[in-house]
Design a protein. Structure first.
Length: 55
């Protein structure tokens, strides 16, 4: 499920490969531009974006 950033400037989501066997967490602007991939491809289990401060 996509998640809005706290300030509303970006949306975090999971993007999948063609076979839906691996995924990556990415973000984009609300208009769909400026997609940034944040993780390497990995197994789909456990992938769910959340906005949390990294310390």
């Amino acid at each position: 499920m996509p998640r809005w950033s706290p300030d509303g400037s970006r949306i975090a989501f999971v993007t999948f490969d063609g076979a839906f066997s691996t995924g990556r967490i990415a973000t984009m602007r609300p208009d769909g531009s400026d997609i940034i991939l944040h993780t390497p491809p990995g197994p789909l289990s456990g992938l769910s974006p959340a906005w949390e401060r990294v310390r």
